[in-house]
Write a protein that binds this ligand. Structure first.
Ligand code: PLP
Length: 415
């Protein structure tokens, strides 16, 4: 298998990378236990000093989690992956591994709400400053970078604004300043977006979303794409001896180990299943999204539709060029007022009112009053989250049933 060149779909199913399963089980099992036996004290010493890979304790590594990590590494064409208990755990431990007091981050002002809060509320008191920029404006991005800047953080398609960055432009700024490009690729997954081909150094996923296979479990992962020279990062000085592996070494052996936010083996099992069918689900939800976006555009009640799949979208060209034939499974649109948005949401009969995205089922939410309710009205305006905005995460149902539901809710808007 190792020497044949396989495509994404086949790799997702057959790609292993992990050692053979003890009983040759086709489906890698759940090793739900905690500790692993060693033959000799010498072997324990080798394992604990990281000179010979071996599972010792499930908080640090576990065979089922390892299997999931290796599959994701193959799909991203990366150097290595560490799976964590959630997307937020992947983000927070990655930042903690790469930053020291006095460092700064330059981040897109269009970010997942909790990521924004992590940067702004949680990290600031520890002496890590984040400058939020409009990622569409390269001069603004470049101006925000200074010698303390270690990381440029952005998302592949932001939600609910649906902004798509020009990754080549960002990568060029990062290259000139020696900064790490850290991409949250949750909504595109390695199936739609090959971060490595667009100058990213690290790609993060909330595997809770698409990868989990349909909201089966919470999880996260960070993939080192093997493209950054970690000798440039002062927080990794002690780990420079690991060369290209310096970041993964510090995360695995220190930060991840000490913070303890490991992925549960049961979750890794479910998420490995999710990876196998990822391409099917992503494809269908993207096709459904495009159809729904087109339908919404034609309705008079709808003021504006944000979806990079639409030819009218200012991000269409970028999305077409950077993503693998799909435009994501999330879209947003505006109605005339907050009251209309609420009435529309309440009239839906099939689509669920829930906060997740990239589930198999279609979900709807009013972002300003929920996910962004922590933010002041000024912050919401800054982040382009108006009161009139609705976010739809499109599942894999028959699209005619979804359009019928949306249509009847719009018909009844004034009633
Ligand atoms: C959901 C999400 C996260 C956080 O992931 P959790 O698994 O919920 O912790 C981070 N980034 C993006 C883009 C997300 O959609």
């Amino acid at each position: 298998m190792k020497d044949i060149d396989l495509r994404f779909e086949t790799l997702a199913l057959h790609g292993n990378g992990a050692q053979n399963e003890a009983h040759n089980a086709i489906r890698f099992p759940v090793y739900s236990g905690v500790a692993f036996d060693f033959d000799r004290a010498e072997d324990m010493e080798l394992a604990f000093t990281y000179r010979k890979p071996a599972h010792a304790y499930s908080r640090i590594t576990n065979p089922t989690v390892d299997h999931f990590e290796k599959k994701l590494t193959l799909l991203e064409d990366g150097l290595g992956t560490i799976a964590l208990s959630s997307g937020m755990a992947a983000l927070s431990t990655t930042l903690l591994a790469l930053l020291q007091q006095g460092d700064s981050i330059v981040a897109s002002k269009h970010l997942f709400g909790n990521t924004y809060s992590l940067l702004k509320e949680t990290l600031t008191p520890f002496g890590v400053e984040t400058r939020f920029v409009d990622i569409r404006n390269p001069e603004e991005v470049e101006k925000a970078v200074d010698p303390t800047t270690r990381i440029l953080l952005l998302e592949t398609i932001t939600n609910p604004q649906m902004v798509v960055p020009d990754f080549n432009e960002i990568a060029e700024i990062a290259r000139q300043h020696g900064v790490v490009v850290m991409v949250d690729g949750t909504v595109t997954t390695p199936y739609l977006f090959k971060a490595k081909d667009f100058g990213a150094h690290l790609v993060l996923h909330s595997t809770t979303k698409y990868i989990s296979g349909g909201a089966t479990s919470v999880g996260g992962a960070v993939v080192d794409l093997g493209t950054y020279d970690w000798r440039r990062n002062p927080a990794l000085t002690k780990y420079h001896k690991y060369g290209q592996g310096a970041f993964l070494a510090r995360l695995r052996m220190e930060v991840h180990r000490n913070f303890g936010s490991c992925m549960a083996p049961q979750s890794a099992y479910l998420q490995t299943l999710g990876l196998e069918t990822l391409f099917l689900r992503v494809k269908t939800s993207c096709e459904n999204s495009l159809r729904i976006a087109g339908f919404l555009q034609q309705r008079g009640e709808v003021i504006k539709v944000n979806y990079p799949g639409l030819a009218e979208s200012s991000f269409h060209e970028l999305a077409r060029r950077q993503f693998n034939g799909g435009y994501g499974g999330v879209l947003s649109f505006e109605l005339g007022s907050k009251e209309e948005a609420f009435r529309f949401i309440n009239k839906l009969k099939l689509i669920r009112r829930a906060t997740n995205i990239n589930d198999n089922k279609t979900l709807i939410i009013h972002p300003a009053s929920t996910i962004f309710s922590d933010c002041s009205p000024e912050e919401r305006e800054q982040m382009d989250v108006p009161d009139t905005l609705i976010r739809l995460s499109v599942g894999i149902e028959n699209v005619r049933d979804l359009i019928n539901d949306i249509s009847q809710a719009l018909d009844n808007l004034k009633l």
